[in-house]
Each structure stands twice: as C-alpha cells, then as structure tokens.
Design a protein around this ligand. Structure first.
Ligand code: FAD
Length: 321
C-alpha cells in the first residue's frame, strides 16, 4: 500500500474518537498511516493521542485560519499539502465536518468518493470498503480504481485500541488559499451534552414527547447512565429539541451500543440514522409501530410511565455498583 493519510479531526485540543477508530483499524491491518491535523496553537495533546493510537507520523497543518473549522480553508490547505504527497488513500470520519470537506477534496483530486463506510480493507494495492445504501436497507462493497482512494468512516463502528506509540510529529505551514466565507461568531450549545455520534448509549424521543419540557424525562434517564439524548425529526420540527439532536437521514447517523427509541414510530428516514446500533430497544404504546420490527427488545407502553420507571431502576442499579 502506498501513502495512507488519515485526516484527524480535533476541537479545542480534543481529537474526535472516530479518528482514533480509523487509526486503530489501520494498525490492526498492519498499515502505516500519517495522521494530518489542520489546526493552530498547542495541539500536543492531539498529536500525542494520535501517536498513541498508531499514527506512524502526525503532520500538523498549521495556520491561524485553521483555528476553527472553515470549509474553504480546510479543503484548500488539505489539498495543497496532500497533492504534494502522492497519496494512495485519504480517509476521515463521516462527521459533520468530514461530510462537508471530503467531497470537495475529492472534487479537487478529480476522483470518486465513498462516504459513511462501515468497514474497509487495505490489502496490497487494493482498497475496498462497505457502505450502506438506500437508507441502510442494503450495503454494497466498493473497490477503488485509481488513486487516491477517498472515503469516510461512520463513527462508532470500529473499535479503538492503542498502538505502537513511536510515531513522529511534524509541523507544516499550511496554505488555506483564498477564503471567501468568514466565521463571525460561534455560539456554543448552552447545555453540556454527550456528543451523539460518540455516545455508547442514546435515548431518543419522538413527537409523542409533546413538548420541549417533557424531554427532561429522557435527559434524567440519560444522566443515570451517561447517555446522549437524541430526537426524531418530527420532534425537532415541532421545536421540542434542537436540530443537533436529530437522528436520521437528514440528521446524525449514530451507531451506539444501545439505542432506546421512546415514542418513535420507526420511519425509514429515522432508521437510516440508527439501524447500525448494536442493540435497539423500542418503547411505544402502539404494538404495530414499525420500530418494533427493527428492535431487539420492545416495551409496549406509555413512555411517560415506562421511562421514569426505567430511570428509577437504573438509579438503583447504579447505587448497588
Ligand atoms: C426527506 C425526509 C427526510 C427525513 N429525515 C428524517 C430524519 O433525519 N430523522 C427522522 O426521525 N425523521 C426524518 N423524516 C421524517 C420521518 O418520515 C417521520 O415523519 C419521523 O421520523 C416521525 O417521527 P416520530 O416517530 O417522532 O413521530 P410519529 O410518526 O408521529 O410517531 C410517534 C410515535 O409515538 C408513539 N406514541 C405516541 N404517544 C406515545 C406515548 N405516550 N408513549 C409511547 N409511544 C407513544 C406512536 O404510537 C407513534 O408510533 C424525514 C422525512 C423525509 C421526507
């Protein structure tokens, strides 16, 4: 295999777990990879973490314009650096940022792209990936012809493991090129939340929650087990939850160990975002709700009764452990 690059994502000095998942998988496959981190300032924690998870080399693409994510600056800087490195493979996480810059990068390389892959294999000169299609109803195996092979990997589908810890770190002055869009301000979410795409447990609510205040039932339950809270689009459209909580085709794609759907019917567009969860539990008062066809465990009942009972039981378990 030629030169393999993992574009690592970081925010405020913390590296996204999916970057470590990709590096761990490459290590398992015996592939030496370079992690490329666009950013500015002290990124030593990020580079240490990448080295500890198997990066043979870490390149910090440094420029003030890369301090915060910016579509044009990231794409330009990455293309300018990578095009000088004869890349065979360029891979990143299928996160909001990855979904934004990777197709643009592929366009600059005038090559194809496979997005949101759930597995990949690099062997000899062959790169093959598996990716869901038709809202997750099927998956297909894709092989690349030509280089670079560019693909993104769904967060939370690969295991993280520490690597050889012997990689080197290099800083390269980045060239973000002409940037027409400027970030004027960033508004952080007021609630400290567990990031949906990285959560091991997600408790989601639908239209049936009936108000934003009622989502407290879910946040209380989630707090007992350190879970993230998600929502269906109907709940988001009704103003009960912000869009960054939306799971589904037009929201986030998640693959937690446990997904608890509360009062969610199980429309195909919702399933598209959570069907690769390892265990799915559905709470719905309609025994015919489509979500039960996908659920591993189902509770037919009123979520306003079932969820508080679940919270109490989880609290008891926690106090015993
Ligand atoms: C292009 C497109 C993209 C879309 N993208 C998304 C997406 O990203 N994510 C998404 O979620 N949807 C998406 N949708 C919308 C999707 O089709 C559904 O309309 C939506 O998922 C329904 O949300 P819901 O299950 O909360 O609401 P409903 O379909 O109204 O279902 C509510 C469910 O709650 C149950 N219920 C009611 N009261 C209670 C109670 N007290 N206790 C227990 N159960 C109760 C009902 O039996 C029902 O099954 C998209 C649609 C389109 C056309």
């Amino acid at each position: 295999m030629g030169n393999v690059f993992v574009i690592a994502e970081q925010k405020d000095g913390h590296v996204k777990r999916v970057s470590l998942e990709i590096l761990s998988e490459l290590t398992r496959q015996g592939v030496a990879a370079t992690a490329v981190v666009p950013g500015f300032g002290d990124l030593s924690k990020v580079t240490d973490n990448l080295v500890n998870h198997g990066a043979a080399k870490v390149v910090v693409l440094e420029h003030e314009a890369l301090n915060q994510y910016n579509t044009e600056a990231y794409t330009n800087a990455l293309h300018q650096y990578l095009s000088s490195q004869n890349p065979s493979v360029i891979v990143t996480g299928a996160t909001s940022h990855g979904k934004d810059f990777l197709p643009r990068l592929a366009a600059k390389f005038t090559t194809g792209i496979a997005v949101d892959c759930t597995s990949f294999q690099l062997s000899g000169d062959k790169v093959s990936v598996r990716r869901p299609v038709y809202a997750g109803k099927c998956s297909k195996q894709v092989e690349f012809s030509g280089a670079p092979a560019i693909f993104s990997v769904r967060p939370n589908v690969l295991a993280v493991q520490t690597g050889s810890k012997s990689g080197s770190v290099e800083k390269v002055a980045a060239n973000p090129g002409t940037v027409k869009a400027k970030i004027v301000s960033t508004v952080a979410s007021q609630i400290k939340k567990v990031e949906l795409t990285e959560a091991d447990i997600i408790i989601s609510g639908g239209r049936s929650l009936k108000s934003a205040d009622n989502f407290k039932i879910l946040t209380d339950c989630a707090a007992t087990v350190g879970a993230a809270v998600g929502a269906s689009r109907a709940a988001v459209d009704a103003g009960y939850a912000p869009h960054d909580m939306q799971v589904g085709q037009t929201g986030k794609t998640v693959s937690p160990k446990l997904y608890i759907a509360c009062g969610i019917s199980g429309a195909i567009q919702h399933l598209a975002g959570m069907r690769t969860s390892k265990v799915i539990v559905a709470i719905n008062k309609d025994p015919e709700a489509p979500i039960f066809q996908k659920a591993d465990y189902g509770i037919v009942g009123d979520l306003f009764e079932v969820v508080p009972l679940l919270t109490e039981e989880l609290k008891k378990l926690k106090s015993q452990s």
